[in-house]
Design a protein around this ligand. Structure first.
Ligand SMILES: Cc1cc2nc3c(=O)[nH]c(=O)nc-3n(C[C@H](O)[C@H](O)[C@H](O)COP(=O)(O)O)c2cc1C
Length: 344
């Protein structure tokens, strides 16, 4: 069904198509019948979720459609990135499809309605599933750490976990938080704030795919020391693009989808090897099928997320991945997906 209407949807520019998707989800009319498999039911923090497949940050930037996304079958939803103040983001066009490469490039630049309005959205619409809230600084801020803290204060009580996004390539200097000293300072201040306001919320840190394997060691140690619960590997890439086919390949922005899959898997494998599940990994990058999801789990991810896969494969993607994953597991005689984490 989706294959038939995809060429029609792809006649719109990607951002318009996304806005239409949001409108469609708000009408709650999407005819997806969700399948549940015992083999995919997992624990996430203190909750049981129907499957470990989440929608990645950026799809529901303003926390408007997380409940319809649960209805599509997603086991968890991460909203955001939300900044303290509302901001427009970069000038349009700022999202590009690379069809031959099954990829996207975006330079949206944290367009969102700001933390006050987002908190109002969540407050007035109780999440029906497990919710992550992804936060970041405004583009024109004088102090990025203060921005994270402002957002944290407004939003920490509304989700099941808060993601500290240090990895968007579209906010200048954001990725400098991959430097040990800067990361340490950010997490120290965040933990002080948590103490001050008596918050027990779990923290995830989302990292870039463009770091060197050897940096994972140091970054992971800092996360561990600061009691970070999850690492999200990874955000979009600003790496080399010579090998891509589509004419849009040199557009400025972050690359997502199939071309970043291997990069993300390698980092997941390395991180799992070093930290052996002491920090749980949420694996992201190029997931669009049962096989690609399976690769992430055996590389070491406890949970996965996707964005670009939904653009190319449509709203039934969770069912499709669930069917295929369940088949893999039963043909291997595995009862639950948790048994295969890091088994590669
Ligand atoms: C259009 C678009 C917007 C995104 N916006 C955000 C964002 O606001 N915050 C964030 O942490 N990641 C954002 N991402 C990154 C995704 O969450 C994900 O990490 C990345 O796209 C890799 O996954 P994928 O290959 O399944 O798309 C965005 C990705 C896309 C394609």
């Amino acid at each position: 069904m989706f294959e038939k209407i995809r060429s029609l949807i792809f006649k719109f520019d990607p951002e318009t198509a996304h806005d239409l998707a949001i409108k469609a989800l708000k009408t709650k009319l999407l005819p997806v019948k969700v399948k549940n498999y015992e083999s995919l039911r997992v624990k996430f923090l203190e909750k049981e979720i129907p499957n470990p497949i989440g929608i990645a940050a950026g799809f529901d930037k303003n926390a408007e459609i997380y409940n319809p996304l649960f209805k599509l079958g997603f086991g968890f939803v991460e909203v955001g990135t939300i900044t303290p103040e509302p901001q427009y983001g970069n000038p349009k066009p700022r999202v590009f499809r690379l069809e031959e490469d099954e990829a996207l490039i975006n330079r949206l630049g944290f367009n969102n309605i700001g933390s006050e309005k987002a908190s109002h959205n969540i407050n007035s619409n109780t999440p029906t599933g497990l919710l992550g809230i992804n936060i970041g600084p405004n583009k024109d801020t004088k102090n990025m750490i203060e921005d994270y803290i402002k957002c944290f204060k407004t939003l920490n009580h509304l989700g099941d976990y808060i993601t500290i996004n240090i990895s968007s390539p579209n906010t200048e200097n954001l990725r400098s938080f991959h430097n040990p000293k800067d990361l340490e300072e950010l997490l120290n201040i965040l933990n002080e704030e948590k103490k001050k306001i008596n918050s027990n919320i779990n923290i995830a840190v989302k990292i870039a795919p463009d770091i060197r394997n050897k940096d994972l060691d140091v970054i992971g140690d800092i996360l561990l020391k600061n009691k970070v619960k999850f690492v999200i590997i990874s955000n979009t890439s600003d790496g080399t693009r010579e090998n891509l086919k589509n004419v849009n390949k040199f557009e400025k922005g972050g690359l997502s989808g199939k071309p970043i899959e291997q990069k993300s898997n390698l980092l997941i494998k390395e991180f799992f090897k070093i930290f052996n599940n002491k920090i749980k990994i949420i694996g992201v990058g190029g997931v669009d099928s049962g096989k690609s999801a399976y690769e992430k789990f055996i590389s070491g991810a406890s949970y996965i997320q996707l964005y670009t896969g939904m653009v190319y494969k449509g709203p039934n993607i969770v069912n499709k991945i669930s069917d295929e994953l369940n088949d893999f597991l039963s043909s291997d005689g595995v009862k639950n997906i948790e048994e295969i984490i890091g088994s590669k």
